[in-house]
Structure formats: C-alpha cells, structure tokens
Design a protein around this ligand. Structure first.
Ligand code: FES
Length: 120
C-alpha cells in the first residue's frame, strides 16, 4: 500500500495546492477515475500494487481517453489504438512516441490528493 507516500512529482514547486478527490478504495484496482479540472480532465489511476498516478486524460496519439484503458503494471493501454503509456512518465512506450502531461498525486490516510496549480 502506498498510503502516506508522496509521488516524487508532488514535490514540484509548480504545485500550489492539493485537491482531495476521495478515497483510494473508490478507485478500482487496475482502473481509473476522472477528475475534471479547469485545464481538462485528469485520469487518476490505481495499480494492482496500490500505487496512484495522474495523467491528463488524453492519449498522445489521437487524444483517446486513457481513463478507459486497461492498466497493467505501471502502464495503461489506450482503448483506441492500444498504445502503451507509462503511468509514471506519461511517455508512450517505444516504438510509439509522444507524451501526455502528468500531475503529482499522493495518498494520505486512505484519501487521494491531486496536486494542481492555482486555476488549473
Ligand atoms: S488515441 Fe490512443 S492509441 Fe490512438
């Protein structure tokens, strides 16, 4: 369980506040939930080993909804054309190329917090 641990990106100085998006248990293992932000939808993923990751909910290929993809390991397969996206970096796995932005996320006392900039 990753409870209490902060994702490394959570220490970024661009993160100005954290949004409480609910209980970790509410996100299905190997699934995701979508959080609407002013900058667009963010997909928050929960892996089988209870790590959490957050990426913009747009595949770098043609904008497919990554939140509807299949999570295995620390990757998600886009539901449209099956590109694999690394949940930690947001990069497409070779030979595909591209990247979707990531967001800091952490779990504290069983609740998941998404780090966002003011107005994002
Ligand atoms: S839109 Fe994701 S693989 Fe094509």
């Amino acid at each position: 369980m990753s409870e209490g641990s902060a994702h490394k990106r959570g220490l970024s100085p661009i993160c100005t506040h954290w949004i409480d998006i609910g209980l970790l248990q509410e996100i299905p293992q190997q699934g995701a939930r979508v959080v609407e932000t002013d900058a667009g939808d963010v997909a928050v993923f929960r892996t089988l080993d209870d790590r959490v990751f957050a990426l913009r909910d747009r595949c770098p290929h043609r904008g497919g909804p990554l939140s509807q993809g299949i999570v295995f390991g620390h990757r998600v397969a886009c539901p449209l054309h099956n590109w694999l996206i690394d949940l930690d970096s947001g990069h497409a796995v070779a030979p595909d190329e591209g990247c979707t932005p990531g967001y800091p996320v952490r779990v504290s006392e069983g609740r998941v917090f998404l780090g966002v900039r003011d107005g994002v």
